[in-house]
Design a protein around this ligand. Structure first.
Ligand SMILES: [Zn+2]
Length: 267
């Protein structure tokens, strides 16, 4: 069983999952939906802007084939929009728009409990790759800033992010997110380099090894890496592949093992 589904089953402790709600539809968030639906027949909601992409299973817009990622097609039972209210776990939540990392993403705020489920809009250290900016969407930086400002305007005691542990030091996280955003805005190539590292790290975690000799071909075959390189970096394929290997080694995200690159971190 994939690790994420094991985590869900572990948290359920034998209970049935009635309801599945996605903040947005990247593979690392909705990749387990089909399996969870088969096992639990759970009612599944996605943000209203994502529903058409799921219905036509748009492998590019969902960053699947385009990013060399996979997810099993699933059924959407309902959509959610900004301002919608929903009860989960005995708590009342309100959906808040979170464009930036994903244009259609939502967050869920529990005003009484002062909790925010932030998805990939805010992590304790940063936020998810600003994919719309990489594909040339105007105003992504401004949208991201507005999303961070809308989080800052909430009275929160706890943020539950899409990656990492829940955290309480919200102001410090917002400060780090703002300074990262400023750095990307001043030098968009920096965002491109960051995104390329993240995408290769993610691929490596899934595959567990990549032959180093095949990487120049891989970075050209994988749409998102090819486009990042063409639009922002303009490196020769071999040079781009070599640079990525060095970067992942330097970040201690990967190491060479014989002729392969292998991950040093766990999903
Ligand atoms: Zn995401």
């Amino acid at each position: 069983m994939p690790r994420r589904r094991l985590l869900v089953e572990d948290a359920l402790g034998g209970r049935t999952l009635d309801r599945l709600v996605n903040t947005h539809c990247h593979s690392d968030h909705m990749g387990g939906n089909a399996a969870l639906q088969r096992r639990h027949r759970c009612h599944t909601s996605v943000p209203v802007g994502e529903a058409p992409l799921i219905e036509r299973w748009d492998e590019d817009a969902l960053l699947l084939a385009y990013a060399d990622q996979r997810a099993e097609r699933f059924r959407v039972d309902a959509t959610m929009a900004v301002g919608d209210r929903l009860g989960m776990g005995g708590i009342d939540w309100v959906a808040i728009g979170a464009p930036g990392h994903d244009t259609h993403a939502l967050m869920f705020h529990a005003p009484r409990e002062r909790i925010l489920i932030s998805g990939d809009a805010l992590w304790e250290d940063g936020f998810g790759v600003l994919f719309p900016q990489l594909s040339g969407r105007e105003g992504t930086f401004a949208e991201t800033r507005r999303t961070l400002d809308s989080i800052a305007a909430l009275d929160l005691r706890l943020v539950i992010p899409g990656h990492g542990e829940p955290f309480e030091a919200v102001d410090a996280a917002l400060e780090r997110a703002h300074s990262r955003l400023r750095a990307f805005e001043e030098d968009p190539a920096r965002l491109a380099r960051h995104a390329a590292r993240v995408m290769l790290t993610f691929a490596l975690l899934e595959k567990q090894r990549l032959p180093i000799a095949a990487l120049p071909d891989y970075v050209e075959r994988t749409g998102i890496l090819r486009d990042i390189n063409r639009r922002f970096l303009a490196l020769a394929q071999q040079h781009f592949a070599d640079w990525l290997v060095r970067e992942l080694e330097r970040a201690r995200a990967a190491k060479r093992e014989g002729d392969n690159l292998v991950p040093l971190i766990t999903p």
